[in-house]
Design a protein around this ligand. Structure first.
Ligand code: MF3
Ligand code: CO
Length: 253
């Protein structure tokens, strides 16, 4: 069952998403060579609690694995779900993905960005740009009457036109009273449900794009997903409402 939000409910999701967007911007401002991923996580949790919201990822369970942190910090070949650590220090030339969600008054917001740490290669900058553009292309297709596959197709076409791989093992999702709701929103055209988009649906669109193969492995920590070929990967995410006036990007501030 795909939820459709209106009025008060949409306002509550807007508020959660605004907090996510604001804190994510602040986090990008403290990223620098020499900072540990645990320090970024500490800022994320502190600023979330100061705002009166609750971290959405901390304590989140997938198949008996409990996520221990507020933020996912994924560096270079790490695709998503990098776990913060005091011994993991950002270096000049890295690319880093910050993925962050909160729950406020029972409603969720979820967003992610990838950025350079100091000076990176032109290839890394291109990957980041094309991944951001792929998200934008997907969001453009979030129109009443389109289908989920229209979004998937726009994302995949743009990324593959640049020779990149689109991750299959993780997908976007509905969001609202839970972090992950129906429907799944793949970043590639595949089989499965292809629901029509209706006014009031709220979807988290999150392309994960790789320089090389789209195949990923999950490390022994049970969370960190890395590219199988060790090449770079980037990830952007927005929570977006489908409205009669087109897409409303709730986590963009
Ligand atoms: N933005 C990610 C997602 O939508 C974050 C999940 S991390 C988890 O799946 F720890 F909460 F699983
Ligand atoms: Co998400």
């Amino acid at each position: 069952m795909i939820q459709r939000r209106s009025g008060k409910e949409l306002d509550l999701i807007r508020a959660a998403c605004r907090t996510v967007g604001e804190i994510l911007v602040r986090l990008t401002e403290v990223v620098r060579p020499g900072i540990s991923t645990a320090e970024l996580d500490r800022y994320a949790e502190e600023w979330t609690r100061e705002s009166g919201a609750i971290p959405a990822f901390k304590g989140y369970q997938v198949g008996g694995n409990v996520y221990p942190a507020t933020l996912c910090v994924s560096i270079n070949e790490e695709v998503v779900h990098g776990m913060p650590s005091t011994t993991r220090i950002l270096s000049d030339g890295d690319i880093v993905g910050l993925d962050f969600g909160v729950v406020r008054d029972g409603y969720y917001g979820d967003s992610a960005v990838t950025m350079s740490v100091g000076k990176t290669s032109d290839d890394a900058e291109d990957l980041i740009r094309v991944t951001r553009e792929s998200l934008d292309k997907g969001i453009e297709r979030l129109q009443v009457g389109n289908r989920v596959r229209d979004v998937s197709e726009a994302i995949q076409t743009h990324a593959e036109a640049h020779g990149y791989g689109v991750v299959r093992d993780f997908v976007g999702h509905g969001i609202g009273q839970r972090l992950h709701e129906e429907p799944q929103v793949p970043n590639y055209v595949g089989r499965g449900q292809n629901p029509r988009l209706k006014e009031g649906m709220v979807l988290a669109i999150e392309p994960m794009v790789c320089e090389g193969t789209y195949e990923v492995d999950v490390l022994d920590d049970g969370w960190t997903a890395v590219t199988r070929d060790g090449r770079l990967s980037a990830h952007f995410e927005h929570s977006v409402a489908v409205t009669s006036n087109g897409p409303e990007v709730l986590t963009r501030v």
